[in-house]
Design a protein around this ligand. Structure first.
Ligand SMILES: [Zn+2]
Length: 743
């Protein structure tokens, strides 16, 4: 009896626990978006299940890849990524721990240090790696690991975990002339060993096509050429002698182990770095890998504005170590980001576009002035669009009948605007699908080329394989085309439909901007009687009551006077003292605060311009020491209240920052940058900080620090063009996710 009760209790507890776990587990499915999806896609790409790039959007292609993964792993194939699929997919990281796993050393792309050096030396010994050991796990090392894994029947994921380490260092592999080809390969052979052979021939410059696992005529002639130049019997067959020669180390392994790839010891503190005459070109540790460019999705950011603030510049290089300068790298990242954002239809402004010094107040003045320019434009268009009758009569109060008419008009305009916004959002998803179709079509072309080759070689197995690939691809294409009602899925149809949708998006954008003006005008009319707050002192008891037109003109004059005050900073980019609009004021308790003029700009910003404009400042971190263990992305935002994570903050400066939006932007950026980069360290929450550029504008804003320049590992990464491209892609995706979350 007792045991039965106990069993009962255990069962209940188990059910309870399962419920808790399922509730906490993140389930990702078709339609999901965000950093989790990006991470999933990157993993699927790593594992060879997904053929496109990570987009952060869980579309039909991603679902297909998940289904294939589930089938291959004996899971319920439902295309939904729940707990079981997640743990099968990420076996080494059971949860998304912010701390990198240190107990079991898993080496992967981005890893560095003595263990990587050892791995590389071993790969060189075994003939899988052709370069010298650098201690940095880059794409060449990854390729070598992939080849090793394929040759040894391991899951080929390019990640060196327990089983790969075991296989690498087993006695069988200790023979330096042992090689991954264990059987005789000849024309007609197929499989992983042929792929390994082909990759080796490609490495040696003997084969010019990509490896496909089929030993055809091209592979044969490459083998013959190798045999000729190595005084072997020329028969085009890879027997043990040819195999041994093929995979023998090219030169005797270096007797002195190669040290860390870092240039000599760090320089001293650099509060006043010397004037740099010649920019040091960033070092590219593995220059062989071509850049993988990330592109913005057309229409994804239509109507949005991003102000990019590349940190430092000119006489202020920011953090500097070993000739690597923060100011240069952040400008490079910023230009990449600008390109992606513009591809997505955003308006991009930069606080600097060259290596020049700009004061912190210049940067904030730049952002504030943009807001005021938008506002004065809006007010001018109100005057222009206002019915002249209205302007003439200039009634200060509207009759109830007039009010009713304006209200009806307003509702009609708002309905039209909502419909157009919906249509705009639909079109943007359709555009995403068309872009997937275009990618698939390119892959299909490659498949067809392979089929042609197989036909020429009369390789019946390869023909069957390619035919089935092509069949699958065509099914996917038809499915995608059907989803958005395309009459077919050719390049021409996809391209012409893409163009049509882009044109429609543009027309909608124009119409929306008209509607916004008309709606604002109507609202203004309805509000007019209640209008009391005019910051410019109105002469008491004017003989003629101000017309709508003239009160707008007064507002324009007021904002123009503030624009002039910001211009003072923009015309004097070295000016760092607080004067004019940035002069400090005190509240009744003598706390420092923003003065009334600046507060008005902040109020306006929040009221009218916060949804579609963000400000992001791009930096690379550094501590005051010569070297640091700190690593990875850091994200900062200012909010209302005590704002320093450490030290004293000033909570009284201004009280109407949009803390929620600022935090959300920062979290989105952090998630996605973490997903797109491979720094050793990872932090998962943004930090509150009272940085000047975050405090002196009321646009939703974040300050981004991409890695630590005085951490050798981070530095070795950030000097690579690919890492900077990926960082920009991370920021881009974070911005898209943030703006999508506002819909
Ligand atoms: Zn900085």
């Amino acid at each position: 009896m007792r045991r039965r009760i106990l069993a009962f209790i255990l069962a209940i507890t188990a059910i309870f626990l399962i419920h808790i776990q399922t509730a906490n587990a993140i389930v990702i499915r078709e339609g999901s978006r965000g950093a989790e999806v990006t991470r999933l896609q990157q993993r699927l790409i790593e594992l060879g299940f997904l053929n496109t790039r990570a987009t952060g959007v869980f579309g039909p292609l991603t679902k297909d890849a998940v289904l294939r993964f589930q089938r291959a792993n004996g899971l319920t194939a439902d295309g939904v990524v729940g707990r079981a699929t997640t743990s099968a997919m990420f076996p080494t990281t059971t949860s998304r721990s912010p701390v990198p796993q240190t107990t079991t050393t898993v080496l992967r792309e981005g890893s560095r240090g003595a263990e990587v050096t050892r791995l590389q030396q071993r790969l060189i010994e075994l003939g899988f790696l052709n370069t010298r050991a650098t201690g940095v796990f880059g794409p060449l090392t990854k390729d070598a690991v992939l080849r090793f894994q394929r040759a040894n029947g391991l899951t080929s994921d390019g990640v060196v975990g327990h089983s790969t380490v075991t296989a690498l260092f087993t006695p069988a592999q200790n023979n330096p002339v042992s090689n991954p080809i264990t059987s005789v390969l000849r024309r007609g052979s197929r499989g992983a060993q042929v792929t390994t052979l082909q990759n080796r021939l490609i490495e040696l410059g003997l084969l010019n096509v990509s490896a496909n696992g089929n030993f055809g005529p091209l592979t044969q002639s490459a083998v013959e050429q190798f045999q000729r130049t190595n005084s072997l019997t020329v028969n085009g067959t890879v027997d043990s002698e040819t195999a041994r020669k093929l995979f023998a180390p090219p030169e005797p392994p270096p007797s002195i182990p190669s040290e860390s790839p870092e240039p000599p010891p760090p320089v001293a503190q650099d509060p006043n770095p010397p004037i740099h005459t010649e920019p040091t070109p960033p070092v590219q540790p593995e220059p062989n890998s071509p850049l993988v460019r990330f592109n913005g999705v057309a229409g994804a950011l239509t109507g949005r504005t991003v102000i990019i603030d590349p940190g430092h510049g000119g006489r202020d290089p920011g953090a500097v170590r070993n000739g690597v300068r923060e100011s240069e790298l952040v400008l490079d990242i910023s230009f990449r980001l600008k390109r992606m954002l513009e591809e997505a239809g955003a308006v991009v402004l930069m606080t600097r576009e060259t290596d020049v010094f700009r004061s912190l107040l210049f940067r904030s003045a730049f952002a504030n002035r943009h807001v005021l320019q938008l506002e004065t434009e809006r007010l001018r268009s109100l005057i222009a669009g206002m019915p002249s009758q209205q302007a003439q009569t200039g009634a200060t109060t509207q009759s109830p009948v007039q009010n009713e008419q304006v209200m009806q008009t307003l509702i009609g305009l708002q309905v039209e605007r909502a419909q157009l916004q919906q249509r705009q959002s639909d079109i943007s998803s359709q555009i995403a699908i068309i872009q997937e179709i275009l990618v698939l079509l390119t892959i299909l072309d490659e498949d067809r080329a392979q089929l042609k080759k197989a036909n020429e070689a009369s390789d019946s197995a390869a023909i069957a394989l390619e035919k089935s690939e092509i069949f699958q691809r065509e099914l996917q294409l038809n499915d995608l085309a059907a989803r958005i009602g395309l009459p077919g899925s050719t390049h021409d149809i996809a391209n012409s439909n893409l163009l049509l949708r882009q044109q429609e998006t543009e027309q909608i954008t124009v119409r929306l901007s008209e509607l916004n003006q008309q709606i604002a005008a109507a609202q203004r009319l309805l509000e007019q009687p209640a209008q009391t707050e005019n910051p410019i002192p109105v002469p008491p008891q004017p003989e003629v009551p101000p017309t709508g037109n003239s009160s707008i003109s007064e507002a324009i004059n007021m904002w123009n006077s503030k624009i002039a005050m910001f211009d003072h900073y923009i015309n004097n980019p070295l000016l760092e003292s607080r004067e004019g609009i940035f002069a400090l004021a005190r509240d009744s308790s003598n706390n420092v605060q923003a003065n009334e003029m600046l507060s008005k700009v902040f109020d306006l910003t929040r009221e009218r311009y916060q949804d579609n404009i963000v400000f992001i400042s791009v930096h690379i971190n550094s501590t005051t020491q010569n070297a640091t263990e700190s690593s990875g992305i850091r994200m900062f935002y200012r909010h209302n209240g005590p704002t320093f994570a450490w030290g004293v903050g000033n909570p009284h400066y201004y009280l109407n920052y949009n803390s929620t939006a600022r935090r959300s932007l920062s979290q989105n950026l952090l998630n996605s940058l973490n997903a797109f980069t491979t720094f050793q360290g990872e932090v998962t929450s943004p930090t509150r900080m009272d940085f000047s550029v975050l405090r002196e504008t009321n646009l939703v804003s974040s300050l981004i620090e991409v890695g630590f320049i005085n951490n050798a590992g981070d530095r070795a990464l950030i000097v690579q063009e690919q890492i900077r491209e990926d960082s920009a892609a991370g920021i881009y995706t974070g911005l898209v996710n943030y703006f999508n979350s506002l819909r």
